[in-house]
Design a protein around this ligand. Structure first.
Ligand code: DAH
Length: 340
């Protein structure tokens, strides 16, 4: 009977195309084969031309075909929905209790050493001071005994702020006069912080670097006190006995001024490549505070005196960790920072 053959053919092709249908195509598939205007309905219009027996047989065949296709349709729909949900669950998986994958942060090596230095000086009775990075010409130069045409001004390549007499401080010595105006003598201060100079960078020069200023004001202080404080600090810092020596040095705000050297920590004196075979390494400048600086800070030089020193903090950290290039510090290079 042709009509029954048509139903069989329809069933075959409907099942075949169901295998290829995705979720979006399913409704279309249903309408095409089982819908009110679908293929099956179309075939069944031929029933009226059949004999009653034939009609009965064909009707039953059509009923089974519809049931089978309906069931296949539901099964396909379910398996596609489940697959879609599984894919979503897999891709959107989030375990709120899973430990974070990122590493732990830690302090920058400069910050570590700054805190260590603050601790060592605090033990010796020093107060930690802070000063602004944007400074007045007066605090950075004028009150530190740099005259307007003083050649020493040219020693500093200064970053000036546009249209103002303000500048980026070139050294932490700018905190000296601030401290004298803020504190009642006698006092001892240490002031670590950032400094700026307008210069070409290379392995030992940065436009942004770190210093720590030290200053002690009292009555009748001498170079011996300066040497003692420096020796005590350096021996604690390097965790061994450090020998120091002074050579003359010139800075407008100290008189006399010195360059302090330490005996080479690598060879201990006989000479090696690190100390360029001299046995000594230049470490920090220092001196007795110039009377003009005391006056600028409001102190009477006939009553008060003191010493000051300027530690190259970046350099100290480089020595401690054998870092070969100062530019690593502000590079933001995590592979460098992770070592500390
Ligand atoms: N401020 C000087 C500089 O950056 C260093 C310095 C020299 C500081 C002598 C001092 C000092 O306190 O006494 O070049």
């Amino acid at each position: 009977m042709p009509l029954i053959d048509d139903i069989s053919t329809l069933e075959q092709s409907a099942l075949a195309s169901l295998q290829d249908a995705d979720l979006a195509a399913l409704e279309g598939w249903y309408a095409k084969f089982l819908g009110k205007k679908g293929s099956l309905t179309e075939i069944l219009k031929g029933l009226k031309d059949l004999t009653p027996d034939e009609r009965k047989e064909a009707g039953s065949r059509a009923h089974h075909a519809r049931e089978k296709l309906e069931a296949s349709y539901q099964a396909r729909r379910q398996s596609l929905s489940r697959a879609q949900m599984d894919a979503r669950l897999a891709s959107e998986y989030w375990d709120a209790l899973r430990p974070l994958q990122t590493g732990h942060g830690h302090q920058h090596p400069i910050t570590q050493i700054t805190e260590e230095l603050e601790d060592l000086f605090t033990v010796m009775g020093f107060t930690v001071m802070d000063g602004p990075e944007v400074e007045t010409d007066a605090n950075n130069f004028g009150k530190l005994n740099f005259s307007d045409d003083h050649p020493a001004r040219d020693m500093q390549d200064t970053i000036w702020l546009k249209g103002e007499s303000a500048l980026m401080r070139t050294h932490t010595s700018s905190v000296q006069v601030r401290s004298m105006q803020l504190l009642k003598p006698p006092f001892r201060i240490v002031a670590p912080g950032r400094c700026f100079r307008f210069e070409e960078t290379d392995a030992s020069h940065e436009n942004t670097f770190y210093q720590a200023e030290g200053m002690m004001i009292d009555k009748d202080l001498s170079v011996a006190n300066l040497i003692h404080v420096m020796k005590t600090f350096l021996s604690s810092f390097f965790e061994r006995d450090v020998n120091v020596r002074l050579r003359p040095g010139f800075f407008p705000f100290v008189e006399p001024g010195f360059e302090l050297d330490i005996q080479c920590l690598v060879c201990g004196g006989p000479g090696c490549p690190v100390c360029k075979h001299s046995g000594w390494v230049e470490l920090l400048p220092c001196g007795m505070v110039h009377p003009n600086v005391l006056r600028a800070g409001g102190l009477d030089p006939n009553i008060w005196n003191g010493f000051a020193f300027g530690l190259g903090l970046s350099r100290l950290v480089m020595m401690r960790y054998a870092i070969e290039d100062i530019r690593h510090f502000l590079s933001g290079n995590l592979r460098f920072l992770e070592k500390f």
